[in-house]
Design a protein around this ligand. Structure first.
Ligand SMILES: CC(C)(COP(=O)(O)OP(=O)(O)OC[C@H]1O[C@@H](n2cnc3c(N)ncnc32)[C@H](O)[C@@H]1OP(=O)(O)O)[C@@H](O)C(=O)NCCC(=O)NCCS
Length: 255
């Protein structure tokens, strides 16, 4: 396994979400690196928030706090429960049954692969190819007393012959980052905060910018990308994944 995946520990981030009147107008504040790190005994690190200033008289930013955790045996039960509940971390197909079987067969091997080790994937056209290795992080909601598992986010990139990260992706990889949040926790800003934190991981990996794509009809994902500074560069069709149009965004990883 390349050393780049060993060095990376749990990642933390903090985000603020506007909690104003029910106008539907929300603002994310301090979401690009405005965090401090605090130790979370037993399972890694969480984001520690700075105080949020009032946005206007009587209205305050409510913190959305997440941590990105390295997949670990201590957290596996929460992940399995989400899979058993019908959630799938893959946005193009339901991989829950396959992942539950892999966990039951060899949890350590499953964790090694999901943490960024080598693996094979089957494409929609039946071809089997090497998965681009890259870290997956599990998203935990640190702003809830029970600190539940709320989703998953992953990052992948290629390197040149000298081991330097390059922006190009193979045809079957639509973007550098993918994320899913459990339906029960949707709409609270967790995916937005997770993407903000993962941009920091990409920056640390040496990627000055990343590509993210989403279906034209995926308004929530588009919003998440745009709230993280995503710039729409094109509408395109990826024939391998069907005829639907998709949006390609470039997101800077600069803080
Ligand atoms: C898309 C997904 C990641 C959203 O996660 P989430 O934690 O609910 O996202 P957030 O709460 O951070 O932000 C969602 C934003 O989209 C907005 N949104 C949600 N549904 C919307 C809609 N139909 N139209 C417009 N905006 C919408 C929300 O209002 C919010 O924006 P706001 O903060 O400005 O109000 C989650 O629903 C999911 O996992 N979907 C399936 C997998 C997927 O599509 N992944 C993305 C692949 S590119």
């Amino acid at each position: 396994m390349p050393s780049r995946y060993h060095a990376r520990g749990p990642v933390a981030s903090a985000a603020f979400r506007f909690a104003g009147p029910a106008s539907g107008e929300c603002r994310l504040r301090g979401h690009r690196g405005a965090h401090a790190i605090a130790h979370r005994p037993g399972s890694g690190y969480i984001g520690a928030l700075e105080a949020a200033p009032p946005l206007q008289k009587g209205i305050f930013a409510v913190p959305v706090r997440i941590s990105l955790q390295v997949p670990d045996k201590a957290l596996l039960g929460a992940y399995e429960a989400a899979l058993r509940g019908g959630w799938s971390p893959n946005t193009t197909r339901n991989v829950a049954p396959q992942q539950l079987a892999a966990i039951a067969a060899d949890p350590d091997a499953f964790l090694a692969e999901i943490r960024g080790g080598p693996g094979r994937i089957r494409l929609p056209d039946g071809r089997e190819v090497d998965r681009i290795p890259g870290p997956t992080r599990w998203i935990f909601a640190e702003d809830r007393p029970e600190r539940p598992f709320v989703g998953s986010i992953n990052l992948r990139w290629q390197e040149d012959a000298e081991g330097r990260p390059i922006l190009a992706l193979p045809e079957h990889v639509l973007g550098h980052i993918g994320y899913t949040v459990l339906p029960a926790f949707a709409g609270h800003g967790y995916a937005t905060a997770a993407l903000a934190a993962m941009l920091g991981v990409a920056r640390d990996a040496g990627l000055p910018e990343i590509t993210i794509t989403c279906d034209v009809s995926n308004h929530a994902s588009r919003r998440i990308i745009e709230k993280n500074g995503g710039r729409l560069v094109e509408t395109f069709v990826a024939p391998l994944y069907g005829p639907d149009p998709r949006l390609r965004f470039i997101v800077s990883t600069a803080p």
